[in-house]
Design a protein around this ligand. Structure first.
Ligand SMILES: [Zn+2]
Length: 113
């Protein structure tokens, strides 16, 4: 169900934006998806097919571009990536780091004509 809400959000964002630019058809949507966002791209693609039916986004290609996880550690000042499956700062081993990116997802760009 989560993915359906995401797809509806995408359509609500891209359709008015495309219309504003007098586009008649959305050809492609470049979606940025954080590795920790929990968004399952195959589900997004599946829901998109039916949700976009009858809209100017029908048949648009969805390109899912992953956003890598990045953390910031208050203990040692480390800023950067986190190895997959690791829950400790790669620099000092602290578990008190903050996740600065990788949980978000958003429409990066769209291609329309
Ligand atoms: Zn650290």
């Amino acid at each position: 169900m989560h993915e359906l809400v995401i797809v509806e959000g995408i359509l609500e964002a891209v359709i008015p934006a495309a219309k504003e630019h007098k586009a008649e058809k959305i050809v492609a949507i470049n979606l940025k998806v954080g590795e920790l966002s929990g968004v399952v791209s195959s589900c997004v693609l599946e829901y998109f097919k039916s949700a976009a039916k009858g809209t100017i986004a029908e048949g648009a290609k969805i390109n899912v571009l992953p956003i890598p996880v990045a953390v910031s550690c208050p203990d040692c000042g480390y800023q950067g990536g986190l190895p997959k499956g690791s829950y400790h700062c790669p620099s000092c081993g602290s578990a008190g780091f903050k996740i600065v990116s990788g949980r978000e997802y958003y429409v990066d760009t769209i291609e329309a004509e």
